[in-house]
Structures are given as C-alpha cells and as structure tokens.
Design a protein around this ligand. Structure first.
Ligand code: GLU
Length: 441
C-alpha cells in the first residue's frame, strides 16, 4: 500500500520526526495520533500541546507469575498506559486478551483522554491490558492472576490517581477482585474510599445502578440526539452488529425496545442473519449459554462477506479495533456507521465511507456512556451514596446529549467530519485547561 499522504499523516509524521521517534502509518497508534493532530491543526492548537498528546505520560509494563491449577507456572504480561491527567485522575478500562500489544493499549489510552474531555468528565485517560485468554483459564486462575496484576500495579493506580474499569474480556467480578486486593493493601484510614480504586464493580459491592448497560444506553442516547437531524427515525431502522459482549448485547436489547430490527450479528464464533429480525434477548441468552452467536436457532449462518454486505441503516461495530477496513467498507451498505467499539474503523475505510455519503459517528462520542456511569460510580463511592437507575439514566442522557451537540456544533464550525469535530471539541477543552494551569515547572 502507498504511504499515506493526507494532512493527518503529514502532521503526525512531522511531530514524530521532531521527537526522533519512528513513524508507521499502518500502525493504529500513529493513525490515531494523526487523526487527533488533524483536529488540532484545524483549531490552531499550540505546538506544545501537540507534542504532549503525541506520547503517553507513563507506560507501565509488569510481568505476573501465577501458579495454574495443575501446578505449572505461567508468566502473564500486563500493561497500564497513562496518557494524560491534566483534567483529573487517569481513567480507563483493563482488557484481558491473548493478542494485546503495547501500541493498542497506547491508542486506547489516548482515546480515553479524548473521550473524557469531550464529555467534560473530571478525568484524564489511561488503559490497561493483560495478555491472557480469559476463556482458557479457570475461575480460580483468573482470580489469582487478577490479584497478582493489581499488586504488581501497586501505587501506579489509586482512587485519586488512576481508576481502572472493565473493558474487553473483563467484567464486574474481575473488578471486585481488583478492589478487594487493593483494599487489603490500603491503610486503615483509607479503606472506606479505597473501593473507588475501580469502577464497574458488582452492584452489591459499590457498583452503580445502570453501569452494566451504560455503554449501550449512552449509544442509544447519542442516536436519539443525532438521527432526527439526518431524517432517520430510530423506531423504523434496521441494524447489524459486530460483537455480542457487553456493548453489543446491551445495544441490541435497548435498540430492540425502541423498535429497531436487528438483522445480522457477527462475533468470534461466526456470523448470523435473519432478514425479519433476530430477537436480541434470546440471542443474549444463547451467547450466555454457549459463548457465541454460532448455532443460534432463529437465524441463518452466513459468511463474513455476506455479513458486511447486508443492507442496513445502522452498522454498529462493538468488538475490537480495526474490524472495518477498506475491503469491508467496499462491501458495506449502510447509512450510518455507529462506533460502539474503540477505534473500529481504519482511516482508509472511513475516508471511503464518507466519500460514499455514509455518516460515521465516532467512538469517543458513541461509547462514552461507560466511562460516564463509571464517573457516577466513583462519585457515589466517594460520598457513600447509592443512586437509583432513573437518576443514573437521566444524568447519563444529559451528558450524552450535550456531548453530541458539542460535536455537531464543532462539525459546523470547522465544516469537518464528526470524528475531526469530536477530537477538536475534546482538544480545545484540554488546551483551555493547559492555558489556565500552565505546564510545570
Ligand atoms: N472500557 C470502557 C471504555 O473504553 C470504560 C472505561 C471506564 O469506565 O473507565 O470506555
């Protein structure tokens, strides 16, 4: 493939050259930095901020030896990348995945900085990862490796410093083990607030009502705010989904409750299609019982190409990064690409889709519901309060709607794509705070 010659690649190449770092425009981290710099250039953001956001503040790597159930030992590699904390403590999930790489974690940490800034949450951005296949180990092994990871991270995380949460491959049980481990290490006087070390905990142990469905719920609120302006009615549309984990399955169920037809779903076990609609609730139960969408009774198994080519109004990737590349984009027949996952669309695919007239709603807007309810959980933990779901949903709706409006306004101001506008609205806020605080010393 020829080297990328767009303005975003050009800016990124120049900055990395100045930092005497290598640059590779096929790498997801450089691509993401490039897109953020494109937004910064559209706003005349000072050069110092462009330098700052190009690299994370801290990249922590740990190795966790863990005894397996059969008496053998394995060494698991863990990462925590803390990208920026000018707006508040570092915040972001921890994922468990067998193929996770440092550049992926750096990308996701940068996106957390942008996401929290766009939603005006008092948090910076971070992301963690453990190289493990959580499906291949027992519950006891999962607990031991989680506790060991938490201990290895030590004071690099904390309720006032860096607050992890669930992500791909992690859940509320893993958060409970992390919190319990951290509380055991905490000084007596800090044990009450120590549970704020992670968000996405189980409801009975300091979690928040509405946290589990929060990312899907937030995505639906964004659609409520934006689709009418595109002349699209949520109750009349069809959609397809990549991924049926937390984000995918909640999005599907909440959209179904609004009258949307779910036509096709693809995950790591295969792809399924039913032109008349897949029952999102029944599919959630099937995935819970079997581990994937494969063999779901009320749909036909299809190949990947057919899945991408199925005509739908909304195409929603809700799994891993880069699931929509240029080849896939050429097959796709949708009106709106709604990014439920982080960084699911490659820049080349996005350019192709935008030229074809497809609207692309960016991840830092669409999936900010998760971290927003994490913020509510963290607040409740600090104040020893318990909010009901109605209060959580109402406040989530306000933040998601305002964020969507912010992106629309910026897109009009810059005459730009929604992605550039979302990064611009985020980085303008970060810039204002740096202007006020100054850069130490
Ligand atoms: N992992 C989620 C995300 O990517 C949630 C992060 C959080 O709640 O801190 O946005």
């Amino acid at each position: 493939m020829p080297p990328c010659d767009t303005s975003s690649c050009q800016s990124a190449r120049e900055i990395f050259h100045e930092l005497e770092e290598y640059y590779d425009d096929h790498n997801i981290y450089f691509q993401t930095v490039g897109s953020v710099l494109e937004a910064a250039d559209a706003l005349d953001i000072p050069h110092r901020l462009k330098l700052i956001i190009t690299q994370p503040k801290n990249e922590i790597m740990v190795h966790c030896p863990v005894e397996m159930d059969d008496g053998t030992w394995q060494l698991f590699k863990g990462y925590r990348v803390q990208h920026n904390n000018v707006l508040g403590p570092y915040k972001g999930g921890i994922r468990y995945h067998p193929e996770v790489k440092l550049d992926e974690v750096k990308t996701l940490a940068l996106l957390m900085t942008m996401k929290c800034a766009l939603a005006r949450l008092p948090f910076g951005g971070a992301k963690g990862a453990l190289r493990i296949d959580p499906r291949s180990v027992s519950k006891q092994e999962l607990m031991r490796v989680t506790r060991r990871l938490t201990a290895a991270l030590g004071d690099n995380i904390g309720p006032d410093y860096d607050i992890p949460a669930p992500d791909v491959g992690t859940n509320s049980q893993i958060m409970a083990w992390m919190a319990d481990t951290y509380i055991n290490f905490a000084e007596t006087s800090r044990k009450v607030t120590a549970r704020g070390i992670v968000t996405g905990k189980p409801l009975a142990f300091g979690g928040s009502a509405g946290r589990e469905k929060a990312t899907g719920q937030g995505l639906v609120y964004v659609l409520d705010a934006l689709l009418p302006g595109m002349g699209i009615e949520l109750s009349k549309v069809s959609c397809s989904l990549i991924g049926y984990g937390n984000v995918g399955s909640w999005t599907a169920r909440l959209l179904q409750a609004r009258g949307t037809t779910l036509k096709a779903v693809m995950d790591h076990t295969g792809a399924i299609l039913n032109e008349n609609g897949i029952d999102a609730e029944a599919l959630a139960q099937h995935v819970q019982a079997t581990g994937g969408v494969h063999n779901f009774a009320d749909a036909t198994a299809v190949n990947t190409e057919t899945f991408y080519a199925t005509p739908v109004d909304l195409f929603i990737p809700a799994a891993l990064e880069q699931m929509v590349d240029l080849e896939h984009a050429k097959h796709m027949q949708c009106k709106v690409l709604v990014e439920g996952a982080n960084a699911p669309t490659t820049p080349r695919a996005e350019r192709y889709l935008l030229e074809k007239g497809v609207e692309v709603l960016p991840a830092i807007l669409c999936n900010a519901g998760g971290v927003t309810v994490s913020y509510f959980e963290w607040k409740q933990n600090r104040q020893s309060e318990t909010w009901d779901e109605a209060k959580v949903d109402a406040q989530l709706k306000t933040i998601m709607t305002r964020s969507a409006e912010r992106v629309l306004e910026m897109a009009e101001r810059l005459d730009s794509s929604m992605r550039t506008a979302s990064y611009a609205a985020a980085i303008e806020h970060i810039d204002q705070v740096y202007e006020m605080r100054g850069v130490f010393p």
